[in-house]
Design a protein. Sequence first.
Length: 178
Amino acid sequence: MDDEQNNENHTLLAWILGIAVTIAIAVSLITGIMVAMGSSSSVTAGRATGAASGGAAATTEVEVAPDLATGPGYPALVRLHFDTARFDLPADAAARIAPIADWAKAGAAGKIGISGFHDRHGDAAANAVLARNRAAATRDALLAAGVAAERIVMVKPQETTGGGDDREARRVDIYPAR
């Protein structure tokens, strides 16, 4: 192999390494942006996360939503709708979740299920993060209202199917669960 071929091989290797480093930097930047947007407060699958009051208590995240508890003594399901690409709670959220928070604080048996939803438009991973952040904001409001973290069950983000109402896709359901 002469020097010219050796130099060509080194140049090709340098290009490949440069591309790999560029991809690694891009992934790091995207991850950092997602964390800065609030995904760090979200719950990851199979793990527990600390409560807003210092991390001592934990909520869990499950794949399948627990069954809705209905009947006498159970509060009704509450549905919060969010603005497009936002996860800050609606202005009336505290008043709307108060009955469920009061039920949980009164020592009633059961858990509180929180399910965040998203639609099929746009990037699926970004939508899942947004739905998770909406659910986490709701969880934080329940914790602030005095609900014990162990009473809260977070459900992995769910994609809505069917229907033409995008508003329904931008929602979090809060409900008494069995």
